[in-house]
Design a binder for this molecule. Structure first.
Ligand SMILES: [Zn+2]
Ligand SMILES: [Zn+2]
Ligand SMILES: [Zn+2]
Length: 343
């Protein structure tokens, strides 16, 4: 039986789900990718400063044949097997039926190595080294945001094999896209509507509420606050917010960059597996004044390293559910020793 080639079969595109009224990103070109990167061998090499088999270590060859430079600080490069491509020649929008809607999605995927040392994690890096990473996030946001086909810059890190990242080398990814993805778009709309109704910023007001209640604060400094949000889904989900209203990495002052690095360092004294990422102002040329920059941390752990939370059953079909209250979770995070577990 032959399969009809669809116009967007070989290029990154997004398809519309009319039931949920949201889009999904499809990257069919990635199926050409050799299965190479993530092996258990690499997962076991976490303790060494240099791993000859790691495609992210300095001077090593990557699967695309490119050799990494002998980098000594942060190192950013285009993903060899990107989910998004800058040039997307497909013109066709699918949609013979109004229920089959798809369109090309342009963008690019970058990788940033945080440090040449394979064995480090953000939790164990110096504040000065994390500050260099924060600078790289700001530089990448600025540079990518200026690209004609980029309207949103999503920086994220998957840490730990549990989160699907079996390469322990400290790194993050940046997926920048032509369209604003579902969640940031929803959050933008909520912030805009709140601003229209209350003439103030949703997250500025939220910061003030959390400081007043003081029940869900995990850590706080002069410029940033980290809370287990009142509406948290994951057991130890954390939201990091600047106390000042600002929309993007590019708005951070030098003092705020240092404070963010410090906050990050403290929050990560415990080496949780997690997915984390920043939500910032889209780069589509609109003002987005009501957008308040923030970071989400989603660790899947429940009680210990062995017990993780899965989103299944009612949670896949209905809505998220949790047992531990966010107030209790914040209390437990506050009570953790500052010293890293491995020291
Ligand atoms: Zn490495
Ligand atoms: Zn604000
Ligand atoms: Zn967000």
């Amino acid at each position: 039986m032959s399969v009809t080639q669809r116009p967007l079969d070989l290029v990154p595109h997004r398809r519309y789900n009319p039931l949920l009224r949201e889009w999904i990103l499809v990257s069919p070109q990635r199926t050409q990718r050799p299965w190479q990167g993530e092996t258990t061998k690499q997962a076991k090499s976490a303790g060494v400063a240099y791993d000859p088999a790691c495609y992210l270590c300095p001077s090593n060859a990557r699967s695309g044949g490119v050799k990494n430079p002998a980098y000594t600080s942060v190192y950013a490069f285009d993903n060899d097997f990107p989910s998004l491509l800058p040039v997307n020649t497909a013109k066709a929008r699918e949609g013979g039926s109004p229920l089959l809607v798809a369109e090309p999605e342009r963008g690019c995927s970058r990788v940033i190595c945080f440090h040449p040392n394979h064995s480090l994690t953000m939790a164990r890096m110096d504040v000065a080294d994390i500050a260099v990473v924060v600078d790289a996030w700001a530089d990448e946001t600025e540079r990518l945001g200026k690209l004609e086909y980029v309207n949103h810059v999503q920086i994220f890190e998957n840490r730990g094999a549990m989160m699907g990242s079996s390469n322990p080398h400290p790194h993050c990814q940046i997926w920048s896209t032509e369209h604003i993805p579902n969640d940031p778009k929803r959050e933008l709309e909520a912030q805009k509507q709140y601003h229209d109704e209350h003439h103030s910023c949703l997250l500025c007001d939220y910061v003030a509420t959390e400081i007043a209640e003081a029940e869900r604060i995990v850590v706080e400094n002069e410029l940033f606050i980290a809370v287990v949000p009142y509406w948290a889904i994951w057991p130890f989900e954390t939201l990091v917010l600047p106390k000042r209203h600002l929309g993007s990495f590019t708005d951070l002052t030098r003092a705020e960059r240092t404070a963010l690095a410090t906050r990050y360092d403290n929050l990560f004294e415990v080496s949780f597996p997690y997915t984390m990422g920043f939500h910032q102002r889209p780069t589509d040329g609109e003002a987005h004044d009501s957008m308040h920059f923030h970071a989400h941390f989603y660790p899947p752990l429940l009680r210990s390293a062995e017990i993780r939370k899965f989103m299944v059953g009612f949670e896949m079909l209905g809505m998220p559910q949790r047992d531990l209250t966010p107030e209790t979770a914040a209390g437990r995070l506050r009570a953790l020793p500052e010293k890293h577990y491995a020291d």
